[in-house]
Design a protein around this ligand. Sequence first.
Ligand SMILES: [Zn+2]
Length: 452
Amino acid sequence: MTTYLLERAWVDGRVLDDVLVEIDGGRFTSVTSVGSTRDSRRFSGVATAEKRGNTRLTGDPNDATPLPGLTIPGLANCHSHAFHRALRGRTQRDRGTFWTWRDQMYDVAARLDPDTYLELATATYREMAAAGITCVGEFHYLHHQPDGTPYDDPNAMGKVLIEAARRAGIRITLLDTCYLSSGFGKPPEGPQVRFSDGDVDAWVDRVNAIGPWEHAHIGGAYHSVRAVPLNQMKRYTTAPLHIHLSEQVAENDACLAEYGLTPTQVFAEAGHLTENNTLVHATHLTDDDIRLIGETRTYSCFCPTTERDLGDGVGPSRELHDAGSRLTLGSDSHAVIDLFEEMRAVELDERLATQQRGHWDAAELLEAGTRHDSLGWADAGRIAVGARADLVTIATDSVRTAGTGADEQTAVFAAVAEDVIQVVADGHVVFRADDRAQLGRDLEAVIGRLWR
Ligand SMILES: [Zn+2]
């Protein structure tokens, strides 16, 4: 058993002082406020010192490892393409569009094999761990050899990602992605032939062979309404199921021309707007789309740092939330791996789009950043008895966070990934601040080899 005394911690929607947590078997077995927060006795979700008789607390605060700073639950990165990390600083150099960016992304995709992808993904997931991310949703479509031939193990690339997450010490939900066409009715071409299984039945057969892991869930994804025909998309579902949706106006226009339906309506028609599933981006929506998504409680995964890098636009995050959709966040193309930045960008982008402040508060955004349920891990994302023991500790005395109150405003509106000083995932320490310098050297070496 491990015991930590958290100087400040975000527990059940508020920051408390001196929270004692006990961890056994990778889960919290006790969470007790032993501090001086005025209202702690009124707080129902955590045992106060006076209520210790009602808990299984056996530790003594004097024996606990102190964790100075502000500790929050593990962050969930709900949308990732690990290999895009190699594009950072390279695709931003020239003018261009989403579509010219995509050509550069395909160039990297064409260079990777299972050995190089294991190196790159491990370094990328270590960077995530260093940023306080304890679970990643990997939207994985780089399945086959460059000419489209399956590897001897047709799931070699997916298994590499699962192994990379294990090495980094984080959980993964492999969102194995079905990709069948280049555009509406067009066969895959060039690098895209690596992505395709031919038809939806072959995709399902391959995914069913991946097998279970302790730290990994297997989910599915339809790449987009461009990449999977409606009649194929209708035939299979799985949970969780994710899709890129309405990221670009051009996709909406082509979808309307093909089906007379918006992408949201196509996904609804296929039967996939459900409370288990996630729409990634959801940027360009009609009022009817928003109503459909909200009524079905489908998740919306926003990736603001990627969406601004690609010039996608600003999606209607608050309208979606008010309609009933639940917000999650992802770093997607990894132009930045910093969920603190993603959290505040949701609010700050709304301000730019509407010329008004105050759409989201810090507590709501912290909840969005720590939601693991859309990845199938409903037992993570909170510091509570029985939950998976993930702890992300932020320095409250850095040049960015000093003087900001050491509360949820600090986490959402002041901190950056660099302020993370320790990360515990499933009860194990997976990152300490001292590891950061070596991690930088490792990323440089791995990505440098890829471009040589
Ligand atoms: Zn994506």
